[in-house]
Design a protein around this ligand. Structure first.
Ligand code: NAD
Length: 368
């Protein structure tokens, strides 16, 4: 059987620094677990613009369509702030998401015990938290037409349109139910069916898909505003939350902050299954290119490493190894190792990006 294939797009700023630590783990998987990945590397974002005049070359796009999974670092930086909108680094990432049709965005919020004090919420509210928000990513109010700023009478009016087809709702619902089956088998769907017709349709379609295809999964519905309250009141009541693009944008940022630092947060964006049954997939940390700390060895590589763990679980059916990586991260944190972003008010000596990666590899070694 062919080796699993990965396209690595490290990107700009701290992207290459954190990706270097992921490569150590990919190497470890080959050396210690007998799983060799066929890895191709290419450019995205500002570095692609510097070389090709575009933030994503057509050849890179074609490679992304062929591999089992894409792993991305981060794009952007002040050097590119004045570029025309059409060639800004972020356009490279948007092109990947659009052309791979990655409609389901998974944002886990997992609180490692050692970092529970880091949250702005009480320790018992967040300790042991492990939830995933599934956000619809390619439709809804960010894409619906008509949109624009128009003049009506003697004043301007800003218009965006929330629009969802049944099939768009159905496919993201399926993605959430599938995910729930690999976890605690619970989905909560969030919308505003009390005031929005698109919310009524959302609720109906999610319920239909559930009843027909996933009756074994426990399904509940909640208005998104109540969902926001519940997330900060008692987030551990949830397992998988599925919601639209706009609510998902807000709720996933809210959930993310339950767990502390931006340097800890992975994500996955999944599309339709390919011929081999695996979903099209792009994995990336939630954080950006962090130009303020780039090149200084201060970046926390954990978000990128946990993104690779998600790839192991969702693209390569290597759930056991995904857990192994997550446990290794948990172990180094429990041992008190911290990059600068994880230093609490009590201070201490931070370790570097490389030292954090090495410590995680050492913890992986011990796990065997
Ligand atoms: P950012 O996420 O890059 O940084 C925000 C803050 O968090 C900074 O203080 C940074 O030092 C810190 N931080 C982020 N990741 C960290 C890590 N792994 N370890 C330690 N500290 C970390 O967001 P920003 O400053 O708003 O944006 C910087 C650039 O990144 C911009 O060009 C922006 O457009 C781009 N960006 C890209 C992505 C992406 O590639 N997906 C996402 C967000 C922002």
């Amino acid at each position: 059987m062919a080796n699993p294939s990965l396209l690595i797009l490290a990107g700009d700023g701290i992207g290459p620094e954190v990706m270097a630590e992921v490569k150590k783990i990919i190497h470890w998987m080959g050396a210690r677990r007998g799983v060799t990945f066929d890895v191709t590397e290419d450019l995205v974002g500002g570095c692609a613009y510097d070389k090709h005049g575009v933030p994503l070359h057509d050849d890179t796009m074609a490679k992304a369509q062929e591999v089992d999974a894409v792993l991305l670092g981060a794009v952007g930086g002040p050097k590119y702030d004045t570029l025309d909108f059409s060639v800004k680094p972020e356009r490279g990432l948007l092109r990947l998401r659009k052309e791979m049709d990655l409609f389901s965005n998974l944002r886990p919020a997992q609180c490692f015990d050692a970092l529970a004090d880091f949250s702005s919420l009480k320790k018992d509210v967040v300790a042991g938290l492990d939830i995933v928000i599934v956000r619809e990513l390619t439709s809804g109010v960010y894409f619906g037409e008509p949109r624009g700023i128009f003049t009506e009478g003697n004043e301007r009016v800003g218009i965006n349109t929330q629009r969802y087809t049944e099939s768009e709702i159905a496919r993201v619902a399926r993605s959430a139910f599938e995910l729930a089956r690999k976890r605690a088998n619970k989905v909560c769907s969030m919308e505003k069916a009390n005031v929005m017709e698109s919310g009524i349709l959302w609720r109906d379609v999610v319920q239909e898909i559930h009843d027909k295809e996933y009756p074994d999964v426990q399904l509940s519905h909640m208005y998104a505003d109540n969902g926001a309250m519940q997330l900060v009141r008692w987030p551990k009541q949830f397992d998988v939350i599925v919601t639209d693009n706009l609510f998902g944008d807000v709720l996933s940022d809210c959930a993310a902050m339950l767990t502390g630092s931006l340097g800890m947060l992975p994500s996955a964006s999944l599309g339709a299954p390919m011929a081999n049954g695996r979903p099209k997939a792009l994995y990336e940390p939630v954080h950006g290119s962090a130009p303020d700390i780039a090149g200084q060895g201060k970046a926390n590589p954990i978000a990128c490493i946990l993104s690779f763990a998600m790839a192991l679980r969702y693209s390569f059916d290597m759930g056991e190894d995904a857990t192994r990586v997550e446990k290794a991260v948990e172990q180094v944190l429990a041992d008190g190792l911290r990059t600068a972003d994880l230093m609490g008010p009590e201070g201490g000596t931070p370790i570097s990006t490389t030292q954090m990666g090495d410590a995680i590899v050492a913890a992986l070694d011990k796990s065997l």
